[in-house]
Design a protein around this ligand. Structure first.
Ligand SMILES: [Zn+2]
Length: 403
């Protein structure tokens, strides 16, 4: 029942149905293959309702039947699995040195994965919108050619994104109050699917929970390892955005009062001490942003050769990172902190000192059981999370029209 100023009224029938469709869809996502009777028994919906909901979901090609199973007590039952093959969710990440685009189907199977160099650090917001719109159009037309309906598109941005999708501040991109979502809608000529904008770390944390090996972890912190450093915080299985959506700016906690100047204008921020820019400022000063990936590869090569200068630098960066991670561990007691982006190839040299520092600075023994690991999703994490946000909205009842 929904209470209004006219007194209690029945909830809108379509709302109830959408909610129930979402309940069934989520159950099959987690429990497939399963029968209609399994769904009824586990969700508490009656069998007639489940049959009607399943018929609707099959009609929309979100579920399909896979034949009978005989290994059961009683009559053989028709089993159901997710379908979703006529659909695609698109995720795009724009960052200081690249744009990544991925598309997945409803089951999370990857349909495309593109990465291209992009000078985000020196481009205007207008140039970035044009570049994101160009790659978005290509991804949409690829999906359309494959006869897939695009369910939505989310763009990941390294900066503060408010609840309306406006990028308030993206220091490393030089953006302020950029209406990226609105501009993209115009560039895509009102494409008929939702276009969302979100913070890269938040989306990467969603990706770790949905596509990474941490699906059963309720409390997780993801730390981006790009030029910018930010955190996505998942607590009790839910992304925690804070009051205005600005949580997780771990890159701007001070870890070294006398440290280098940060792009935010302060000194000694985690990002300025342990961001990728801080590493390359020492190993490849003046390198253009488009060559970051190649420069990081060179750092890895030098570390593998036991170059003492690089090893000392990575030890210092790892310790700085550990100071930041310890703050998250003391404050949130996560089960796991996942280091992403360029921290992945540098992980063999960063993890040891970072973990040491985290353990030293945590009040709880063993940092409260917090494990420090590198991402298995690499640079795709934020874009995959962007696509995951589209799937989340389907799972919560925003179903596509019948194809
Ligand atoms: Zn800062």
């Amino acid at each position: 029942m929904i209470t209004s100023h006219n007194g209690p009224q029945p909830a809108d029938f379509t709302d109830v149905r959408a909610t129930n469709l979402a309940v069934v869809l989520r159950f099959v996502r987690e429990g497939a293959p399963c029968s209609r009777a399994d769904i009824a028994a586990s969700t508490g919906l009656n069998k007639a309702t489940v049959s009607s909901l399943v018929a609707d979901l099959i009609d929309r090609r979100l579920l399909r039947e896979t034949g009978l199973t005989e290994n059961r007590v009683g009559r053989p039952a028709t089993m159901l699995v997710l379908d979703g093959s006529p659909y695609a969710a698109i995720g795009i990440e724009v960052n200081v040195d690249y744009i990544t685009a991925v598309a997945v189907d409803l089951k999370g199977e990857q349909l495309l994965n593109w990465r291209r160099a992009f000078p985000g650090g020196t481009s205007s917001a207008g140039q970035a919108v044009a570049a994101v719109a160009a790659i978005a159009k290509r991804a949409v037309s690829r999906m359309t050619r494959e006869a897939r309906q695009v369910l939505g598109l989310t763009v990941a941005v390294p900066g503060l994104v408010d609840v309306n999708g406006t990028v308030r501040i993206a220091p490393n991109l030089g953006w302020r109050d950029a209406d990226l979502g609105g501009d993209l809608m115009k560039a895509l000529r009102d494409p008929g699917f939702p276009v969302l904008v979100d913070n890269d770390a938040n989306l990467a944390a969603l990706a770790e929970c949905r596509f990474g090996p941490h699906g059963d972890v309720g409390d997780l912190v993801y730390v981006t390892g790009e030029v910018g450093v930010g955190a996505g915080v998942v607590m009790d299985g839910r992304l925690r955005r804070g009051g205005h959506g600005y949580s997780g700016e771990i890159g701007h906690v001070e870890v070294d009062p006398g440290g280098p100047e940060c792009r935010c204008g302060r000194r000694g921020c985690l990002e300025a001490v342990a961001g990728i820019g801080a590493i390359l400022a020492r190993t490849a000063p003046g390198a253009p942003p488009a060559e970051l990936a190649a420069e990081v590869d060179e750092v890895v090569r030098r570390a593998k050769r036991n170059d003492p200068e690089v090893l000392a630098l990575l030890e210092t960066v790892g310790r700085g990172l550990g100071k930041g991670v310890a703050i998250a561990a003391n404050l949130l007691n996560p089960e796991v902190v996942v280091l992403g982006g360029y921290y992945v190839p540098l992980g063999p040299w960063l993890l040891g000192p970072a973990e040491d520092e985290m353990l030293r600075r945590s009040l709880a023994p063993g940092a409260g059981g917090c494990r420090l690991v590198v991402s298995t999703l690499g640079h795709r994490a934020a874009a995959l999370g962007a696509a995951a946000r589209v799937l989340d909205s389907v799972d919560s009842g925003r179903l596509p029209p019948r194809p």
